[in-house]
Design a protein around this ligand. Structure first.
Ligand SMILES: [Zn+2]
Length: 304
């Protein structure tokens, strides 16, 4: 559904929600709660996500949980439910009263798969957090589940913004370094804005985005989704949209492509796929696909 907000208001609200989420300021909570009343799924989704991000900075857990729980269970838009569930999970033991509701949601056959998965994972994590709190355990490795020391929490938090025990830290560090070295070696093509890319197709996408004033991050964030390495080609923070250019044609590449596309879908991510045969009509393709996600491209086409 299109938001009834004016595009400029919508844009400002989206930016504000992102900014407050990044602020690390627990005092932003009331403003974020106020923004959830705006008639936009995007703003709601980013708003609840921002409330989740403030958990570790000491935002008032009771207020946050009271706001997030109803949205987690019954927000109209499934992506909002998914984001609210993930945000709730970040408040850990403070959300204990909602574990049973989350379990019910996880078992609800009419619910989207990615919402059910998020609900099951949140219920487990909240229960674990409640047990840990009772036993005096403060942190666990997010990779193997081992109890972690304060030193381990500080070290991994600084490098990965996640909590790893020392053993997992070393393994993840190596995996990541090998992966990034390979990616950097492959980046040999330069777009007009100076970004180094891996293929001519990616260069055309980058230049189209620049020509249409769409901010993007190229290949910025390495993440692991269910043990699978994902490094999106393009991420558009204003629209919360990923663009992947699937440039190769080998069977191994196609298997990995199919797996990645499925993961995006299961995670409820909004992905636009571009293939080599799309390049001659790249402009109309991106306009149409982004248009469906709420982006209005200007009439002028300055893309290559
Ligand atoms: Zn570990």
């Amino acid at each position: 559904m299109k938001s009834p907000m004016l595009p400029s208001e919508h844009h400002a609200a989206v930016q504000r929600a992102l900014e407050l989420g990044r602020s690390g300021d627990p005092a932003a909570l009331p403003e974020l709660i106020g923004m959830l009343r705006l008639p936009s799924n995007d703003v709601q989704r980013l708003g609840v996500s921002a409330i989740g991000k403030l958990a570790e900075f000491g935002a008032d857990a009771q207020t946050a949980v009271a706001t997030l729980a109803p949205l987690a269970l019954s927000a109209r838009h499934p992506q909002t439910r998914q984001y609210a569930i993930r945000a709730l999970k970040k408040y850990g033991a403070a959300a204990s009263a909602h574990v049973q509701d989350l379990r019910d949601l996880a078992r609800n056959p009419t619910e989207r798969d990615y919402v059910r998965t998020a609900a099951a994972s949140a219920a487990d994590a909240i229960e674990q957090a409640a047990q840990d709190a009772a036993a005096g355990v403060r942190h666990r490795c997010q990779r193997c589940g081992a109890k972690t020391t304060d030193d381990e929490v500080a070290r991994s938090g600084q490098i990965f913004q996640r909590i790893f025990c020392d053993r997992c830290f070393d393994e993840v560090f190596l995996e990541r370094r090998n992966f990034e070295t390979q990616v950097e070696i492959n980046k040999t093509i330069e777009a007009r804005d100076g970004t180094l890319l891996q293929s001519d197709g990616e260069r055309r996408i980058a230049e189209w985005l620049t020509a249409h004033s769409l901010a993007y991050r190229y290949d910025a964030k390495y993440r692991i989704i269910r043990e699978f390495q994902i490094r999106p080609d393009f991420y558009l923070p204003e629209l919360d949209v990923y663009i992947e250019y699937w440039g190769l044609d080998t069977s191994q590449y196609k298997m990995s492509m199919f797996k990645k596309q499925t993961l995006y879908q299961q995670q409820g991510k909004r992905l636009i796929s571009v293939y080599p045969h799309d390049l001659p009509r790249l402009d109309s393709l991106l306009k149409a696909k982004l248009g469906l996600l709420g982006f209005a491209a200007g009439p002028k086409d300055t893309a290559p």
